[in-house]
Design a protein around this ligand. Structure first.
Ligand code: BES
Ligand code: MN
Ligand code: ZN
Length: 491
């Protein structure tokens, strides 16, 4: 799909499917322009009682000689409530209503009031991402049908700048979706490492994969304890993007990479959704997806280190016992009072490793706690940070990405809950505030003075029903926020 700006007025636009969004009580003349362009449209809309309420949609199939073969009119509701996220949703809706169109899709939305580049990117990405369908596991996959051209009608030329990265960013989101949606017998720790290797080859990145013995030599006892009940080898993945020229900022992206989380001997039973725990590598998928986009966009002045401690949380005769005490690579001893709080054990060693790279900032993404899902649902990830500038930067990046992100407190007194009678820490505290104690556990392994943020994506990694531009299933959450944040620091 080639996105571009169309300089044609509505009157002269020619293409295959035209999608026009109308606000209620629209002050602009979009509606009258439209009615001028299409004979009889005014009375047809009236007949359908179209009021431009949010959610309304009228589709007209037209005769070929009248220009576009299909016209989709979307109601967008009140102008005051029309946010960037609504714009994105409208674009997605238009794309779905034009499904099957492989020619030129025209999209005219109420762009006014938005930063043109952000609006163009949001709309163009929404079109492509809304038409994403995962056919990999079907016997007879249906080919993906996508408009060959997407023309955004009525945007000023300042919007042009963001269109060049639409492809790269969508490819990153789609990579993340594919990794998350693939079952655990398909995406194993080795496959995550292979994916990193492919990215390194395709985009000239630097890759190191530490094997079990390397991790042992580094004393990564917290990480390795999670993996010890699995037949699959752990893979500790370190992928680096180095910019041409001088490095001004060094950033680290850390992702939780549990390709399956059975819970271990604290087995996931009852409502714990064990069958969905393939998505427990969503953090690693997001950072791999982000690296894909970053590598293609090649921002100047920023070096990016991606770190994933990939493994499976399984059960066998050598699996960790509830109660075991293990030691992380900085010497911190941890009493594993719950084998199902495994993500933080892997992240402890991953964060220590990331901080050794001496980054200016570290961001980790993890499907870390069910408690975060209870707190925020599936449209917002929780985030915790020890640094105001980093927090603000991420919040802004998430806003342009239309990814919900809600700041949560690093309430230090809650760390009491992680006190162990024997070891330096326990891996779980009390149930109330469970996503906060998880964040505090991670903070313990972040080097003093390093700006750090933790994003809990347990709720946002997956969408049962689909929403906005996200079809049901893996969302690819986090990729766009990370890419915006990293590329926003280019110099
Ligand atoms: N991967 C899960 C978190 C999770 C749960 C993600 C539900 C998405 C949906 C994590 O490893 C886990 O099991 N966390 C436990 C922690 C508890 C034992 C303190 C949880 O949230 O129940
Ligand atoms: Mn778990
Ligand atoms: Zn987990």
């Amino acid at each position: 799909m080639r996105p571009s700006l169309s300089s044609a007025a509505l009157q002269d636009w020619s293409g295959d499917v035209l999608v026009v969004g109308l606000l209620k009580d629209d002050a602009s003349d979009s509606r009258s322009n439209l009615e001028q362009r299409f004979n009889g449209l005014g009375s047809a809309l009236e007949q359908q009682e179209f009021k431009a309420k949010s959610g309304e949609q009228v589709v007209f199939n037209l005769l070929a000689d009248q220009g576009p073969r299909r016209l989709v009119v979307l109601g967008l509701g009140e102008p005051e409530s029309f946010t960037l996220n609504w714009l994105r949703n409208a674009a997605a809706k238009g794309a779905k209503a034009s499904s099957g169109c492989t020619g030129t899709l025209g999209l005219m939305l109420p762009w006014d009031g938005f930063e043109p580049a952000a609006a163009a990117a949001a709309a163009a990405e929404a079109v492509r991402l809304a038409l994403y369908a995962d056919q990999r596991f079907r016997k007879e996959p249906e080919p993906r049908r996508m408009p060959g051209n997407l023309e955004l009608i009525g945007l000023p030329s300042a919007a042009e700048t963001s269109l060049a990265s639409v492809d790269a960013d969508c490819a990153g989101v789609e990579l993340a979706r594919q990794l998350v949606a693939a079952p655990p017998n398909e995406v194993t720790p080795k496959v995550l490492a292979d994916t990193a290797e492919q990215l390194a080859k395709d985009h000239n990145l630097e890759l190191t994969v530490l094997e079990r013995s390397d991790c042992e030599a580094r004393g990564m006892g917290a990480y390795l304890s999670v993996s010890q009940g699995s037949d699959l080898d752990p893979k500790f993945i370190h992928l680096i993007y180095r910019p041409a020229g001088e490095v001004k900022r060094r950033l680290a992206l850390v992702g939780k990479g549990l390709t399956f989380d059975s819970g271990g001997y604290n087995l996931k039973v009852g409502a714990a959704q064990i069958d969905m725990m393939k998505f427990d590598m969503g953090g690693s998928a997001a950072v791999l997806g982000a690296m894909r986009s970053i590598a293609e966009r090649r921002p100047a002045g920023v070096e990016v280190h991606m770190v994933v401690a990939a493994c499976e949380n399984m059960i066998n005769g050598s699996a960790v016992h509830p109660g075991d005490i293990v030691t992380a690579s900085d010497g911190t001893s941890i009493e594993i009072n719950n084998t199902d709080a495994e993500g933080r054990l892997t992240l402890a060693d991953a964060l220590l490793f990331a901080c050794e790279q001496q980054p200016d900032a570290v961001v980790d993404l993890a499907t870390l706690t069910g408690a975060c899902v209870i707190a925020l649902g599936d449209e917002m990830a929780g985030f915790w940070s020890n640094d105001e500038a980093l927090a603000e930067g991420l919040q802004g990046a998430a806003e342009t990405a239309c990814e919900g992100l809600w700041r949560m407190p690093l309430r230090q007194s809650y760390k009491e809950g992680l006190k162990s009678k024997l070891a330096d820490l326990k891996n779980t505290g009390p149930r109330p505030g469970g996503s906060i104690t998880a964040a505090l556990f991670l903070q313990h392994f972040v080097a003093k003075g390093t700006a750090w943020a933790h994003i809990d994506i347990a709720g946002t990694v997956w969408s049962d029903k689909g929403r906005g531009a996200d079809p049901a299933g893996a969302t690819g959450y986090g990729v766009r926020t990370l890419v915006n944040w990293v590329c926003g620091q280019a110099s």
